[in-house]
Design a protein around this ligand. Structure first.
Ligand code: NCD
Ligand code: ZN
Length: 346
C-alpha cells in the first residue's frame, strides 16, 4: 500500500477568489497547495478589461501572507460580455497576465448577469482570441428556463459549443467543470484545441448528495451535481491519462448565511483540501499513478505554460475537516465539514 506520494506542485485551473476581506480569508488555502490558479472574473462589477485584471492581480499578490509571497502566481481572466472589443482582447494578450476569457451565458450562475446574451454578438472578440491565441473558458450551460436543469450542459453542447468550435476551429477552448458523460465524450472526440477541467466535488458526489436526509445547501453548485453514471464517466476521464482533462476546483466560497438561505447561492468551497480531495478520488480508483499528470501537467501543457519545478508531498493519514472557517466577519462551511479525509499534505 502507498503511504506517501510526491507530486510536481499542482495548479488549479478554475478558482473563485472573490475580493477584499473574503479573498484574504480564502487565498492562503490555495496558495499553500497550488503554484498557480486561473482566477475567475465574476466579481461585482466583473473584470472586463485588462486594466481591471491588472489591478485585481495586484490586490491578490498584496493579500498573500508573507510566507507565501513568492510561491503563488494568479493567472488572470477577462469576463466576456456582448461588448468586449477585439482591441481589448489584443491588450489582454499583450499584457502577458491574462490567460483566458470567460464565457458566462447571461444568468447561468453566481454574478453572471453581465454575461453574454447571444454569442453572435461576440464574433469579433472570438476572432481576435483565435488570432492572438487566447483561450476561451466556457461555463457550459444553457439558461433557457424550458430546459431541465440537469440537461443544461448537454443542451449547451448541442446548441452552443458544437457550432462554436466548428466556426472557430483554431480557438482553444476549455469546457470548464464538466459534469456529464456527454461532455466527456464530446471533449474526447473534439480537436486538440478543446480540453476540460473537472472539479473534485463532481468526482466525489452524485446528485443524491443534494437531498441526503433533507436539502443540503452546501452540496449545491453549478453546474449541479449529476447522476452516478455521469460521475463514473468523470472518474474514467480524470484517471484515464488523457491530456485533455485536468484539475480545476471551481472552489466558490459563499458565507454560511448566503448558502443556508431560502434562495441559497450556488458554489462549493473546496480550497481548504483541494489536492487532498483529488488524491482521495484517485486512490479510490486505484489510479494514484495518474494523479500528477492530471493536477500538475495536463493543464499547464494546454495553457502553454511551463510545468512547475517544485514538489509537494501527500501522506495517507486521516484528518478531520473543520466544521466552519472564518470568512470576513461571517462563517464559511467547507466541503466535507466535520468529516474525515484520508490524504494530508506533509
Ligand atoms: C460559482 C460562484 O459562486 O462564483 N458558483 C458555482 O456554483 N460554481 C460560479 C460558477 O463558476 O458557476
Ligand atoms: Zn466557477
Amino acid at each position: 500500500m502507498i503511504h506517501t506520494i510526491t507530486l510536481t506542485r499542482p495548479d488549479d485551473w478554475h478558482l473563485h477568489l472573490r475580493d477584499g476581506d473574503q479573498m484574504r480569508a480564502v487565498l492562503p488555502y490555495t496558495a499553500s497547495r497550488f503554484a498557480r490558479a486561473i482566477i475567475m472574473p465574476n466579481l461585482r462589477p466583473p473584470i472586463v478589461t485588462t486594466d481591471m485584471a491588472l489591478a485585481y492581480r495586484t490586490r491578490i499578490l498584496a493579500a498573500l501572507p508573507p510566507d507565501l509571497q513568492s510561491g503563488f502566481e494568479p493567472l488572470m481572466t477577462l469576463y466576456l460580455t456582448d461588448h468586449t472589443s477585439p482591441s481589448e482582447i489584443i491588450r489582454a494578450k499583450e499584457s502577458g497576465i491574462v490567460h483566458g476569457v470567460k464565457l458566462y451565458p447571461a444568468g447561468a450562475t453566481t454574478h453572471s448577469d453581465a454575461g453574454v446574451t447571444d454569442l453572435a454578438r461576440c464574433h469579433a472578440a472570438l476572432e481576435a482570441m483565435q488570432k492572438v491565441n487566447l483561450p476561451l473558458l466556457v461555463h457550459g450551460e444553457v439558461t433557457d428556463p424550458a430546459v431541465d436543469v440537469f440537461d443544461r450542459e448537454k443542451v449547451f453542447i448541442d446548441r452552443v459549443l458544437s457550432p462554436l468550435i466548428w466556426h472557430f476551429q483554431n480557438l482553444r477552448v476549455v469546457f470548464e467543470h464538466i459534469t456529464t458523460r456527454d461532455a466527456v465524450t464530446f471533449v474526447k472526440e473534439a480537436s486538440r484545441q478543446v480540453a476540460a477541467s473537472i472539479t473534485a466535488h463532481h468526482l466525489l458526489l452524485n446528485r443524491n448528495a443534494i437531498f441526503q436526509g433533507g436539502i443540503r445547501p452546501h452540496h449545491f453548485c453549478l453546474p449541479v451535481l449529476k447522476r452516478e453514471s455521469h460521475r463514473q464517466a468523470l472518474i474514467e476521464a480524470a484517471t484515464g491519462g488523457n491530456p485533455k482533462f485536468f484539475s480545476g476546483t471551481d472552489s466558490a466560497p459563499h458565507s454560511q448565511s448566503n448558502k443556508e438561505n431560502a434562495c441559497g447561492c450556488a458554489g462549493i468551497f473546496t480550497a481548504h483540501a483541494a489536492i487532498e480531495l483529488y488524491a482521495q478520488v484517485f486512490d479510490q480508483a486505484n489510479a494514484l499513478d495518474k494523479l500528477e499528470a492530471f493536477v500538475s501537467f495536463h493543464g499547464a501543457d494546454f495553457y502553454q505554460l511551463p510545468r512547475n519545478r517544485d514538489h509537494i508531498t501527500l501522506g495517507k493519514e486521516n484528518w478531520i475537516v473543520s466544521e466552519r472557517l472564518t470568512f470576513a466577519g461571517d462563517s464559511l462551511i467547507p466541503f466535507c465539514a466535520g468529516e474525515i479525509l484520508t490524504w494530508k499534505i506533509a
